[in-house]
Unconditional design. Structure first.
Length: 134
């Protein structure tokens, strides 16, 4: 839950920098679980007491989380060395979402890239990165 709160509080609309796999996937997991739970609860309560507008709260939650969801995805793409616009690949039928999923699961790009330092703090030592390249 800490990753979820960190994304929502500290990086709500932050499209700059890099996000580790852990930050992206923990946010996504908690968001999915919470979205399903809130939809089931509010829809069930709304139907039981005949207040259909109560189900609208799940839509409000979804709308409120569009920006941070996109922001953490863009930062995750930056971490793999891709532009944030690369999320548009998901619009390609069938192969696009699978391709994006593979990229989102890919490990961080070693060292610094044009979007910042490696958030893992690993791979920033140029001398060590050069070992074995000769």
């Amino acid at each position: 839950m800490n990753w979820y709160l960190k994304v929502v509080k500290e990086h709500y609309a932050d499209f700059n920098g890099r996000a580790r796999r852990e930050e992206y996937w923990m946010f996504t997991l908690f968001n999915a679980i919470f979205s399903i739970a809130i939809t089931v609860v509010f829809t069930g309560i709304g139907l039981a007491i005949d207040v259909p507008s109560l189900a609208a709260l799940s839509y409000i939650y979804t709308l409120a989380l569009i920006v941070p969801s996109l922001a953490v995805m863009v930062r995750r793409l930056h971490d793999t060395g891709k532009s944030g616009w690369f999320f548009l690949v998901s619009l390609i039928p069938l192969a696009g979402p699978i391709w994006l999923l593979v990229i989102l699961c890919t490990d961080s790009q070693n060292g610094e890239n044009k979007w910042g330092e490696n958030p893992k703090g690993v791979g920033n030592n140029a001398a060590i990165n050069e070992i074995g390249r000769e």
